[in-house]
Structures are given as C-alpha cells and as structure tokens.
Write a protein that binds this ligand. Sequence first.
Ligand code: ITT
Length: 194
Amino acid sequence: MTYLPKDKIVYFATSNIHKYTEACQVLSECKIVTAMLKKIEAMEIQDDNLANIAKFSVIDATRKCHLPIIVEDAGLFIEALNGFPGPYSSYVYRTIGNDGILKLIKNIIERKACFKSVVAFHSPERVEPMCFRSEVEGKIVREKRGSQGFGFDPIFEPLNSSKTFAEMPFEEKNRHSHRGFALCKFAKWFTSNR
Ligand code: ITT
C-alpha cells in the first residue's frame, strides 16, 4: 500500500461532483492529490462578493474538519443584466435554468458575459485563508449547445472559441475556464509553499 504524505493532499469541500472532477484533473497535473469532502455542511453566506462567500465557507469547513481545505465559489455575470446572476448563480440555475436565462436576454444583441471563480484555501495551521481569483470572458449563445459539463456550460462560449463549455471534454474546459485558471494559481502557490 502507498501512503501519501499528508502535505500533498488537499480536501475540496463541495457538493458538486463536476467541480470536483475538474479540480482533480488540474491539481493532479501539479502532483496535488485531491479528496472530496461532500457532506460537511459548511455554511454558505449570501453576499455580493464571491471571495467573501468562499472565505467564510472555507474557515467554517476547516474549523469543523481540521484539514487543509479548498472551497471554490463561481458565478456567471451577464453584462446586459448588470452582472446578474453573479453570486446568485446557484439559485438562478435551480429556478429558471438555462432556458430562463436565454428567455431573459432573447432580444438583446450584446451578449457579453464572464465566469468568475474564487478558490479559497485554509488549514488548521493558518491564521487567514488565501484566495485565488480568475475570470474568463465570453458570450451567451442564442441556443443551448453541448451535453458535457454542468450548470450554465451549454449557454456560455468563451472568447476565442467556437465551442460552448458543454461542447468541451472537461480537460479542454479546464484549459479555458475560470476554475481551471484559479486552480492553477492555487497549485503554483501551494507547491512552492508546502
Ligand atoms: P458548491 O457545493 O461547491 O458550492 P455549487 O454547484 O453550488 O457547488 P457554485 O456555488 O460555485 O457551485 O456555483 C453556483 C452555480 O453557478 C452552479 O450551481 C452552476 O449552476 C453555476 N456554475 C458555476 N461554475 C460553473 C461552470 O464552470 N460551468 C457552468 N456553470 C457553472
């Protein structure tokens, strides 16, 4: 049996298996082993700021589990809707979904949008969590395309791509995505600081 040194494992507190799969791929390329912490019921606050949400959750999760933990909070910001749904993406996806978003901006020509991600890392030894941010620009397409990924993937096409995120295998999405870039920043910091 192979034992992994404790300082090479990071626990990802999330209820979303797709986010976990994406994270595992990015982090494993940097030799960081990731485990999923699924049912810890970390508290999530309502806030206009993704970093505040991620920081609050990671502090709460670390206090409960005494492990090195990452939490990632993401959102879709649509320019024509003044950044809506942004930090409310989860609720909006569950209620009106992709069809509702497409209906909301049906007659709008300017379809710029961006995905933002904040990865927050905390561990029992640290005083404060560390945050790593990234965002990718793109547009909301007119009709859903693709069947991979999750959430708003079928309606978001990143800049310089002719595919939506849902038309990309997750390895390709990671090379273009808010989450992929934020996790790379975290991995770079983590491997040089552990
Ligand atoms: P957690 O347990 O990690 O919080 P979650 O699914 O609630 O999982 P977020 O709060 O980070 O994740 O994201 C809010 C919503 O935004 C999410 O439910 C999706 O609908 C959408 N979303 C986030 N990242 C996305 C991505 O990469 N592609 C498509 N939709 C995404």
